[in-house]
Design a protein. Structure first.
Length: 246
């Protein structure tokens, strides 16, 4: 029960990494709020995780939705100790092929929504005496990749925001860290419809010989959310099967 008494908000919590983190948090004694746009994913995920998991439907890129999430969390559970900014979008493209709308959509969800939620939870973490904000970046927070210009730029911005916020709030015992996964077996990755040759090529980029699984990320999130990491802030953790070691 490493997170007993803690209250967490996890965005993009209906599937994949977000769902795995929420489930791990609840197993460790936390209350969890999972947020997302698709009730067909969120509600079954919350039912599977159990009564200590509350699903909240809405688009976190919308300012009014952010306020509703904060209000509902505090009303239901009494405070906020942990925020996991996991929701994101990956729109493939180069600097020339991406549209203005695609660029704005990427930054609105991957960066602006994370900033808005982080800003909104700070007073509640301050009132609690401490807090942990965990941003889900990517190996592309610090590496390049073809056809990923908006995604890489947004995840790089998320890492920079992590480090700046860590400095701003360290004296308040509010920690801000970033987990940077490689390719993880999620619905997002499945949507790429990789053929067998492309899949083998991408697996070969990970020296450990496989894609990650959501539980590979959830374990580190539990550590960063709890007291064992009390002296860690502003850090970026690659969880990528060796991808970034090349």
């Amino acid at each position: 029960m490493r997170l007993a008494g803690k209250i967490a908000i996890i965005t993009g919590g209906g599937s994949g990494i977000g769902k795995a983190i929420a489930a791990a948090f609840v197993r460790e004694g936390a209350k969890a709020v999972i947020c997302g746009r698709d009730h067909r994913k969120l509600e079954p995920a919350a039912a599977e995780i159990g009564p200590d998991c509350l699903p909240l439907i809405g688009d976190i890129a919308n300012d009014s939705v952010v306020k509703e999430i904060i209000s509902a969390t505090v009303q239901r559970f009494g405070g906020i100790h942990i925020l996991v900014n996991n929701a994101g979008v990956l729109l493939p493209g180069t600097a020339e092929s991406l549209t203005d709308e695609q660029w704005e959509q990427t930054f609105n969800l991957n960066v602006r929504a994370a900033w808005q939620l982080s800003r909104a939870v700070l007073p509640h973490m301050r009132a609690a005496g401490s807090g942990s904000i965990i941003n889900i970046g990517s190996v592309l927070s610090f590496l390049g990749a073809r056809n990923r210009v908006a995604y890489a730029a947004s995840k790089g911005a998320l890492l920079a925001m992590t480090r700046a916020m860590a400095l701003d709030h360290a004296a308040e015992h509010i920690r801000v860290n970033c987990i940077c996964p490689g390719i993880v077996e999620t619905e997002l990755v499945a949507s790429f419809n990789l053929d067998e040759a492309a899949r083998r090529q991408r697996i070969a980029m990970h020296p450990m010989g496989r894609f990650g699984e959501p539980k590979d990320i959830a374990g580190l999130a539990v550590f960063l959310a709890g007291d064992e990491s009390a002296w860690i802030t502003g850090a970026a953790y690659p969880v990528d099967g060796g991808y970034s070691a090349f």
